[in-house]
Write a protein that binds this ligand. Structure first.
Ligand code: ZN
Length: 322
């Protein structure tokens, strides 16, 4: 039977699991409500149960491994979650080894935003590139850096924390201790907060601000103009530092692209001569919430490819010996 991998996404309120073949075709997909604060033992048992069901459905023979996208920081060597607001009690719990032992299959953990960036490269807007950055606009702003086809982790696995880039030195205070962080000016939460300042009501959401902009409300349009400026300032810096061909945005506020993109591109043009003089692209991600599932499934497949590439390395070492 043909090779496939299983991707798992622990983000949001659902546990989502997909079997995806080496060509990127989804063979089977399951989504079920999960209580992620039930404690690590119960959550892990639930994950194992769902993965097992999918594996039985598709067939054990072709399975090359399981990738799991986790909303939090991960110690990649230990396979342990070292910090996650969405998975209380997981701190230090041996998630990878526990699941690996129960399933008898190779397990790879990855931060969910990193997995999403990898997914966009494999099957989404980044299909034709090996270097890209994805920024995800949500409650905060996260994202991932894919360099030469692989997730860039940084020395502690914390690379890609775009939400805390300073965009306005004296801007809004952030929980991280800084002022003027990108996510305080361009996340869905920030859009809603600006909506409140515009007197759209205490319970206004970013989606509602978008509706108002569609209806022609000038103050709502101003909110997105401000969002675009903040994004543009941040993305211009990323372009200047990385010189990647592609920068992607995803998340809830993406439908408002036409309202924030003009001010975003104006800032990028002004602040990045690389952007102004090259074919650098800033675009929408294509996979939405599925990006993380694709990326998670790609992890074991990518590992296997690296292994089959090994003869080259052997040849090099042989030639140095000779
Ligand atoms: Zn911050």
């Amino acid at each position: 039977m043909s090779a496939y991998a299983i991707g798992v996404d622990l983000g949001g309120t659902n546990l989502r699991v997909a079997a995806i073949d080496a060509q990127g075709q989804v063979l089977h997909k399951v989504s079920e409500p999960a209580v992620f604060d039930a404690g690590p033992r119960r959550v892990v048992n639930e994950i194992v149960k769902v993965i097992e069901a999918v594996r039985t459905h598709i067939g054990t023979d072709g399975l090359r491994g399981v990738g799991i996208g986790v909303p939090g920081f991960i110690d990649m060597n230990a396979g342990v979650i070292i910090g996650s607001a969405n998975l209380p009690g997981f701190q230090g719990f041996p998630v990878r080894d526990e699941i690996q032992e129960q399933l008898g299959t190779k397990i790879i953990l990855e931060n969910d935003a990193n997995a999403a960036a990898l997914g966009e490269m494999w099957r989404g807007a980044g299909k034709n590139v090996k270097d890209l950055i994805l920024l995800t606009l949500g409650t905060g702003i996260g994202g991932g850096i894919v360099m030469n086809g692989k997730v860039m982790h940084g020395f502690l696995g914390m690379a890609g924390e775009f939400g805390h880039m300073t965009v306005f030195p004296d801007g809004n205070p952030c929980g991280c201790g800084n002022t003027g962080c990108l996510e305080k000016h361009a996340s869905a939460t920030a859009i809603a907060a600006m909506g409140r300042m515009m007197h759209f009501g205490r319970d206004v959401t970013s989606a509602r601000v978008y509706e108002l902009a569609l209806e022609g409300n000038e103050r709502a349009k101003l909110v997105f103009e401000s969002t675009g400026r903040a994004l543009g300032i941040a993305i211009a810096s990323l372009i200047n530092v990385f010189n990647f061909p592609l920068y992607l945005l995803s998340g809830g506020p993406l439908p408002a692209w036409d309202f924030f993109a003009p001010s975003m591109f104006a800032e990028i043009n002004k602040r990045s001569f690389i952007f102004a003089r090259t074919g650098t692209r800033v675009e929408k991600g294509l996979l939405g919430a599925d990006a993380g599932l694709y990326g998670a499934a790609y992890l074991p497949l990518q590992c296997e490819r690296a292994l089959t590439d090994q003869p080259t390395a052997t040849a090099v070492s042989l030639s140095t010996e000779g």
